[in-house]
Design a protein around this ligand. Structure first.
Ligand SMILES: CC(C)(COP(=O)(O)OP(=O)(O)OC[C@H]1O[C@@H](n2cnc3c(N)ncnc32)[C@H](O)[C@@H]1OP(=O)(O)O)[C@@H](O)C(=O)NCCC(=O)NCCS
Length: 182
């Protein structure tokens, strides 16, 4: 079902989610695997980012991942840098509630977003950026069908070493592997 699978539901992100998103965004453990600059944000900076980039940009769509059983917001998935001419976008996923990590919620949430991107938005290609040490995320992306397309070599300096990877998935490939969430 669109925006809903067995355990999660995607709902549109709103301004009321700003403080929750700020907590996730400022969590150093989450930042380690998502944030190239690894700096903490002020609430003002988050509010501005949410206002301009997340909520009011024609080039992005963000959804809160809800745990359906408990009606708890657990993370966020987004399509960003949407390019309507070439039908390309980039995707992002963060499960901000860390006790939900490693139980398949991320896979469910991302599959819903990718189903929407390919079956409804009719995008041609979705890409993403993942740090090369983020094994759990890379396994997830591989399961969904993303392929490594190339590396931005040594573009991230983290914990004394250099990392980065880019991945991409074509609509045709996704339809062929058929991991559609019903
Ligand atoms: C990366 C991230 C999105 C992955 O989401 P997740 O829910 O933790 O991970 P998955 O959905 O892949 O599930 C993890 C494990 O649960 C298992 N699993 C799958 N379905 C399951 C289910 N129904 N019940 C229990 N376990 C399940 C999977 O086998 C998987 O194991 P594996 O990773 O050893 O293959 C999440 O950990 C996260 O947000 N991390 C911090 C931010 C981040 O790194 N974001 C990505 C930046 S590129």
């Amino acid at each position: 079902m669109l925006f809903e699978s067995s355990r999660v539901r995607l709902r549109k992100m709103t301004e009321e989610d700003t403080e929750l998103y700020h907590r996730w965004r400022n969590d150093i453990e989450v930042m380690q695997s998502t944030n190239p600059s690894l700096d903490v944000y002020s609430i003002e900076a988050t509010k501005e980012f949410v206002d301009t980039v997340i909520l009011n940009s024609p080039h992005s769509k963000s959804y809160i991942i809800m745990d359906k059983d408990n009606e708890i917001p657990i993370g966020i998935v987004s399509l960003i840098n949407m390019d309507y001419k070439n039908r390309n976008a980039e995707c992002i996923i963060d499960i901000g509630e860390k006790e939900y990590w490693g139980q398949g919620y991320g896979s469910e949430g991302l599959k819903l977003l990718i189903d929407f991107a390919f079956y409804e938005m009719n995008l041609h290609r979705v890409s993403l950026k993942v740090f090369s040490f983020n094994d759990r995320a890379i396994r997830l992306y591989n399961r969904i069908g993303f392929q490594e397309e190339g590396k931005s070599r040594q573009s991230l300096f983290r914990n004394g070493d250099w990392h980065d990877i880019h991945m991409g998935l074509l609509q045709k490939e996704y339809f062929e592997t058929q991991i559609k969430t019903t």
